[in-house]
Design a protein around this ligand. Structure first.
Ligand SMILES: Cc1cc2nc3c(=O)[nH]c(=O)nc-3n(C[C@H](O)[C@H](O)[C@H](O)COP(=O)(O)OP(=O)(O)OC[C@H]3O[C@@H](n4cnc5c(N)ncnc54)[C@H](O)[C@@H]3O)c2cc1C
Length: 401
């Protein structure tokens, strides 16, 4: 039987929630994590790619049970198929088995003292005289009142908990990628140690198709496009099916072994991440890289900061908005400047035509592409000045400081 009063209740056992729980339990505070899924991490809604840095900074010892395929770089393909390769030569990231990875993160938190409940749907906040006192939840037909001094909304892109506290976590379609994906087996991939990314108006308008290999001919094959439908009224799934059909050299003989879909918030993080007794972390706070839609490591970073701030607030016996806003301040100082620059690059790329993409593929090296994803634009503005002067106004609008 679960205790009914906790220092912190975390809604959502994804990467944000389980990392937060690890730090809160490690700080000596009681923490209960709820997830509506009956199995943590399943079904996944993710292509499972993560940078090595994103794992190392959490002291996560790489384990082949969940870090299933080492990645040494990426290949970007122009609309006509020209490949530009960024090669790190040594392992720079992994494709995960997220179902196992998320259980591993939960196991680490539980070993520190966190408690978990699965198949437990948080319905809303308990409020008394306007103050947040915990979470109302449903578990296998039972209605529960679970009390806590702080609630952490780590409930992902469709977050409802933070909205119940009056925070605006709404997704706007202009900043929302619709993702659709198959995990497929039997692929004929030349390089299984690279992430493969395909661009083009007909391939994935204002987005891209990805193939993230998991080894042994298996890969996540997916697509993200801006909004629910393209301007032509076509769904993400239709673009992906078309891509698969038109690339028999990769897909002949391959079949799906899983299918999943989900939204990706690719705009800026939300304006207000805290309220009295409440913090929002991860996808729920739109803490995602707007260029590639990766959010696992940013969710973990947010979970760590929120967990540390929760401990300080509990220690000071002050869970007010003011006290918890240290989380938002730390987040904004560390991550917002780079995310804001990447958001501008996203806006720039959404205006680029296929012809211009071809020019990029002719001109840019793999290292250049890495520099762009690190939000270093000066060299690129110079290249555009030389090769595509007609793009200068666009570059000036989006890429200058
Ligand atoms: C198609 C696709 C591909 C992606 N590929 C990548 C990638 O390759 N690399 C990468 O870094 N990122 C990727 N992402 C993004 C990544 O999956 C998210 O950024 C990441 O999962 C965010 O972690 P989180 O903990 O904030 O939320 P989530 O992982 O979404 O976890 C939220 C949890 O909250 C639970 N929950 C929700 N509501 C309730 C409730 N009311 N009560 C109880 N529990 C609840 C959910 O069941 C879920 O377990 C992808 C996303 C999509 C959709």
């Amino acid at each position: 039987m679960m205790d009914k009063q906790y220092d912190v209740i975390v809604v959502g056992a994804g990467p944000a929630g389980s990392i937060a729980a690890y730090y809160i339990a490690g700080g000596g505070y009681s923490v209960l994590v709820l997830d509506k899924k009956q199995e943590i991490g399943t079904p996944k809604r993710c292509a499972e790619g993560i940078n090595l840095n994103g794992l190392e900074s959490f002291d996560l010892e790489i384990n082949p049970k969940w870090a299933v395929n080492g990645i040494t770089g990426a290949v970007c393909y122009s609309p006509s198929g020209k490949a530009v390769k960024a090669d790190f030569e040594s392992t720079s990231g992994y494709v995960l088995e997220r179902k196992i990875f998320e259980k591993h993160l939960a196991t680490r938190a539980i070993k520190k003292g966190a408690r978990y409940m699965v198949k437990t749907n948080a319905r809303g906040l308990i409020k008394e005289n306007g103050a947040i006192k915990g979470v109302r939840a449903e578990h296998m037909g039972d209605e529960l009142e679970l009390r806590a001094r702080i609630v952490l909304a780590a409930d992902g892109v469709d977050s409802k908990i933070a909205r119940d506290a009056g925070l605006n976590t709404k997704n706007n379609l202009k900043d929302y990628h619709c993702g659709f994906q198959y995990e497929m087996a039997g692929l004929n991939l030349m390089e299984e140690d690279k992430l493969h990314l395909y661009f083009g108006e007909k391939i994935a308008p204002k987005g891209y198709v990805w193939i993230f290999p998991k080894g042994d001919s298996v890969a996540n094959v997916g697509i993200g496009i801006l909004g629910l439908l393209s301007d032509d009224g076509v769904r993400a799934k239709d673009y992906l099916d078309d891509f698969i059909k038109t690339h028999p050299e990769i897909f002949e003989g391959a079949s799906p072994i899983e299918m999943n879909s989900g939204g990706i918030p690719v705009g800026a993080p939300i304006d207000d991440m805290v309220a009295d007794g409440l913090m929002v972390v991860g996808d729920a706070a739109h803490q995602v890289n707007p260029i590639h839609g990766g959010g696992i490591s940013l969710a973990m970073e947010a979970g760590r900061i929120a967990g540390e701030v929760a401990c300080s607030a509990l220690n000071a016996d002050d869970v007010s908005r003011d006290s918890l806003s240290l989380y938002q301040k730390r987040w904004e100082k560390e991550f917002n400047p780079k995310l804001k620059k990447l958001l501008k690059l996203r806006a720039f790329l959404e205006e680029v035509t296929d012809k211009e993409f071809e020019m990029f593929a002719e001109t840019l090296s793999g290292k250049d592409i890495i520099r762009l994803t690190e939000s270093k634009y000066n060299f690129f503005i110079k290249i555009l000045g030389r090769k595509a002067p007609h793009m200068a106004p666009l570059a000036k609008k989006f890429l200058n400081k």
